[in-house]
Ligand binder design. Structure first.
Ligand SMILES: Nc1ncnc2c1ncn2[C@@H]1O[C@H](COP(=O)(O)OP(=O)(O)OP(=O)(O)O)[C@@H](O)[C@H]1O
Length: 363
């Protein structure tokens, strides 16, 4: 039992919103479709749901083409950003909706509603008015409603993006557990990296209508397939590097640096995220702090480093790594992170080292 997209393209007039998408989602698998605003994520999901008609290609369930199967006969559950609950029904009435449509009797439906509300952490909420619920509770009801009829595929379009950050993080963790427990095959659309990486067995990165890379979260994170995917995943600088035995060596400015890496041996491009350089008394790179900004759980620094020499620092668009001396922030300045407890101040000398977590090997 699997969903298959074969050469799926969707157009709006002359706009190609989805181009030649190839994707298989296995039974029980959770795939997150991750990409910037306007890249075509929602259009792809809507085409799977049957809400958009492909200009070319097919949406299949196992080997059956679903082209002639209308939305309500696909057996898919749908949850959108704002839940779209029925305001005049109570919580139980909302969750039972799909069950009643499927002809399930009242007693069995009530039992299933109770089971689902327990699963989403809303036990006892049956008779509450949905308009009295918080945004997070409403999304939990929307999830319970979509899961109640045991859909063969769950389609989630930015299900958590209307919630504030703390709630979003908690609900993402709860949702990941819920999807695993129920073994629900799921396609979730999001522009939020954390959400995608929390939820997914595999992440599919989409830009400009095309699926650019599909793989397990750690692989996509550490080995982005192209400079474009690397840029979307937060790599702000590309450096030519040499990998040998799991250690990458590169030159930043005129200073040789090394970092552990998952990449294959040979000449590669290293993608540096804004957290790649960290304050470290043993670090090889020296500089002077010019700016300090407190973030939630760390401090971001802008550090002036000695003028670039041989290796050069390439901007992300400069895939060939052909040089130039513009570090992150330009003009011999690089971004770095420090711990809140002992962050240096502007004017302080500082030593920086590369952190493996902030470095990707770009394909
Ligand atoms: N109904 C429509 N008519 C015309 N163009 C559309 C329509 N819906 C989407 N588009 C265009 O198709 C492209 C993809 O849009 P889509 O909403 O799928 O992107 P997205 O990645 O989901 O973006 P977001 O994260 O902002 O929702 C965009 O260029 C958008 O302007």
């Amino acid at each position: 039992m699997s969903l298959g997209l074969r050469g799926l393209s969707v157009r709006y007039g002359s706009t190609v919103a989805v181009a030649e998408a190839e994707l298989t989602i296995a039974d029980g698998e959770v795939v997150a479709l991750l990409g910037p605003s306007g890249c075509g994520k929602s259009t792809l999901l809507r085409a799977v749901a049957g809400l958009e008609h492909p200009a070319a290609g097919t949406v299949c369930w196992d080997d059956d083409d679903l082209a002639a199967v209308p939305v309500h006969r696909r057996g898919f559950g749908l949850v959108f950003q704002d839940g779209q609950l029925f305001p005049h029904r109570d919580v139980a009435g909302n969750v039972a909706f799909g069950l009643r449509m499927a002809g399930i009797d009242r007693a069995a439906a009530a039992e299933r509603v109770t089971e689902l509300l327990g699963m989403v952490g809303l036990a006892g909420y049956e008779s509450r008015s949905v308009t009295s619920l918080s945004g997070g509770e409403q999304q939990r009801v929307a999830l319970a409603r979509a899961l109640a009829p045991r859909p063969r595929l769950l389609l989630l379009d930015e299900p958590l993006s209307a919630l504030d950050r703390v709630l979003r993080e908690q609900l993402a963790i709860d949702l990941a557990a819920l999807l695993r427990t129920t073994r629900t095959t799921t396609l979730v659309v999001t522009h939020d990296h954390d959400e995608a990486f929390t939820l997914a067995d595999r992440v599919a990165v989409m830009t400009q209508g095309r699926l650019r890379q599909i793989g397990p979260p750690d692989e996509v994170w550490r080995l982005p397939a192209s400079p474009e995917v690397a840029a979307f995943l937060g790599c702000t600088t590309l450096l030519p590097a040499e990998v040998a035995g799991g250690v990458a060596r590169c030159v930043l400015g005129s200073v040789p640096l090394r970092a552990g890496t998952a990449g294959p041996d040979g000449r590669v491009l290293l993608g540096l995220r804004s957290t790649a350089l960290a304050v470290d008394p043993a670090g090889e790179l020296t500089g002077t702090v010019v700016q300090r900004v407190h973030r939630r759980d760390h401090v971001r620094l802008l550090v002036e480093v000695p003028a670039a020499g041989g290796g050069g620092v390439a901007g992300i668009g400069d895939a060939a790594g052909s040089g130039g001396d513009a570090g992150v922030g330009g003009g011999g300045r690089v971004e770095a992170v420090a711990q809140v407890a002992d962050a240096p101040a502007p004017g302080d000398p500082v030593r920086l080292a590369l952190r493996a977590d902030g470095v990707a090997v770009v394909g």
